[in-house]
Design a protein around this ligand. Structure first.
Ligand code: DQA
Length: 159
């Protein structure tokens, strides 16, 4: 199996997972989640690099670097920047690397300002509402997407 390199990005306040609003975000820390992603990644042929920042520009820098680092796919929980950041959207559109948007909570069942995502329409997929498991589901989906045979427009029906 070829190994794909996955960048996992976490936005502001996600360094506080475990103690932050556990009713919304559960009790697992970011370290717990990263360990689970690395373990699942091993079984799926994915090498995981994880990065968290409370700063929009640092996330933009990390997205831009993904090209020179030969990243094959991105899992991103932009946290509050989901709802505001044209800069993160533009960075992701600039690099042409498939990405999955992740949320621990179901953003659609919460305050109205969380219902809109600046990224979702450009994402390969979106996973929300499964707590820490959202990240693992995103990884599984991305692995299938990256390892599937190339889609072609060829017509196999002979017509
Ligand atoms: C979040 C949802 C966002 O609305 C919020 O600002 C976060 C976390 C989630 O994972 O559920 O910080 O992205």
């Amino acid at each position: 199996m070829t190994t794909s390199h996955i960048l996992v990005l976490h936005g502001p306040n996600l360094n506080m997972l475990g103690t932050r609003e556990p009713d919304h975000y559960g009790s697992q820390s970011l370290t717990d989640i990263t360990e689970k992603m690395i373990a699942l990644g091993n079984s799926l042929g994915l090498e995981i690099t994880s990065f968290q920042s409370n700063h929009e520009g640092e996330l933009v820098d990390r997205i831009q670097q993904a090209v020179s680092e030969n990243i094959d796919g991105i899992v991103i929980n932009p946290a509050a920047y989901t709802h505001t950041s044209i800069a993160i959207r533009d960075a992701l559109l600039a690099i042409n690397i498939p990405f999955i948007e992740v949320h621990l909570s179901n953003i659609h069942s919460r305050e109205e300002f969380r219902h809109h995502s600046m990224l979702a329409d450009a994402a390969t997929g979106v996973v929300a509402g499964f707590g820490a498991t959202s990240y693992l589901l995103a990884l599984r989906g991305l692995a299938e997407f990256l390892h599937q045979p190339q889609q072609t427009t060829e017509n196999h029906t002979g017509v």
